[in-house]
Design a protein around this ligand. Structure first.
Ligand SMILES: *[C@@H]1O[C@H](CO)[C@@H](O)[C@H](O)[C@H]1NC(C)=O
Ligand SMILES: *[C@@H]1O[C@H](CO)[C@@H](O)[C@H](O)[C@H]1NC(C)=O
Ligand SMILES: *[C@@H]1O[C@H](CO)[C@@H](O)[C@H](O)[C@H]1NC(C)=O
Length: 375
């Protein structure tokens, strides 16, 4: 039986009231101070706005290409792995820019940036992962491939390299979240957490290389997000469910997996610090998804989430977490909860629009001062 204890403290209550009373609630466009005119996103299903469903061979066969994905906001599946908007959509809104179009939609308008993220994508090349006996089943468009696509795109949109770097001064770059799938595929393929730890330096290096490439090209403001506390997600809670209560923390998340996510995040933050030393003129900011998510869970009741189902998937069935690998969201007979806005988890892996909205608000508040926009 999954019991969820939501810990309250005066501090948390205070911090959420502060959030509710201050930006982004009052100011719908808090990122406007940065005067971004475009956004470039790299990543996986956390930020894919329609690439995977246009990529062969998966394309339209993906569950993300059909309802109930997209049911809440677009009333149609767009390829977003949620019921509605993603964090990147809220970031675009906060910057006063249109939603970011997926690169694979060749008819789309890219005048305000491009989304290169592909659901299922990895930080390491598929072939490199294969050499470690890690099978990447969904896409070969790993981070380096996404970067190559960006250079192809810029080759066709900038006249010269200096023209490009001039344009990119007003661009926001999101390098991730990426790398989560490298670990997901390692763990789902039977590797232990200790074994997964051994690939962390390579994964972090791949992310660092990508950030270095965009900065080398002229990017001035770059967000490099870390991983979620994956021990709180229904997919992991059900796979590693145990009767050993010592395996769980006070939020009923699996400690070992959360510690593993922290281990990656610690390495990533060291890499970001090194990038800052190398590039004193760029603003390279860590996107703290881990603590944004923890804040969300700790404040779930105040934010309007159903406390009894904080760890249950809205779209899914089976076990204590309404999640089963063999009957996932989007398949026949898999139910959707009555009120997705009362849930944090959408399909056991990805979050609901409501959860992403609050996480994005927290993240923008955290990142904005570090960008030093508007003097
Ligand atoms: C729904 O989205 C698909 C792409 O995923 C698009 O082809 C289709 O035209 C959309 N339908 C509506 C009614 O907007
Ligand atoms: C990835 O590339 C390999 C080798 O070219 C190919 O066999 C495989 O089908 C590709 N996978 C996907 C999902 O595109
Ligand atoms: C971009 O253009 C340059 C110069 O024409 C060329 O050397 C480079 O290979 C091109 N890159 C891509 C990714 O198309």
């Amino acid at each position: 039986m999954a019991t969820t204890r939501v810990v309250f403290s005066a501090f948390l209550l205070l911090s959420s009231f502060v959030l509710l009373l201050s930006p982004p609630s009052c100011d719908a466009h808090p990122l406007k101070a940065c005067m971004f005119d475009s956004i470039y996103q790299f990543g996986d299903s956390i930020s894919d706005t329609g690439n995977l469903i246009r990529e062969r061979p998966i394309a339209a066969t993906s569950v993300f290409a059909r309802l109930p994905y997209g049911e809440t906001f677009f009333k149609n599946a767009t390829g977003r792995c949620s019921n509605g908007l993603l964090m990147i959509d809220y970031v675009a809104l906060a910057a006063g820019l249109p939603f970011l179009n997926p690169y694979r939609n060749i008819d789309a308008d890219f005048s305000h940036g491009v989304n290169f993220a592909v659901a299922g994508s990895t930080a390491l090349k598929t072939s490199v992962l294969a050499g470690m006996n890690i099978f990447s089943p969904v896409t070969n468009t790993s981070l380096d491939v996404q970067l190559d696509l960006m250079f192809t795109h810029f080759n066709s949109t900038c006249y010269t390299d200096s023209d490009c770097s001039e344009k990119l001064k007003r661009a926001l770059f999101m390098v991730g979240e990426i790398g989560g799938n490298d670990y997901n595929f390692a763990l789902s393929g039977g590797k232990t957490i200790e074994e997964a730890k051994s690939i962390v330096p390579d994964v972090v290096q791949a992310i660092k290389d990508a950030a270095r490439r965009v900065i080398g090209y002229g990017a001035l403001r770059v967000v490099v997000p870390g991983n979620f506390p994956i021990g709180c997600l229904p997919i992991y809670l059900s796979r590693f469910q145990t009767t050993n209560s010592a395996a769980y923390d006070e939020q009923h998340c699996l400690k070992g997996l959360n510690d593993f996510a922290k281990y990656h995040n610690d390495h990533l933050q060291k890499a970001i610090e090194e990038l800052r030393q190398e590039n004193p003129n760029a603003f390279i900011v860590y996107g703290d998804y881990y603590n944004a998510f923890q804040w969300l869970v700790q404040n779930a009741p105040l934010l309007g989430f159903d406390v009894a189902s904080v760890q249950k998937a809205c779209c899914g069935i089976g076990g204590d977490y309404d999640f089963s690998l063999t009957k996932m969201c989007g398949n026949p007979g898999v139910p959707v909860c009555a009120d997705p806005s009362s849930r944090i988890s959408w399909d056991g892996i990805h979050l609901t629009q409501e959860a992403y909205k609050f996480m994005a608000g927290w993240l923008i508040g955290d990142i904005l001062p570090k960008f030093h926009c508007g003097g």
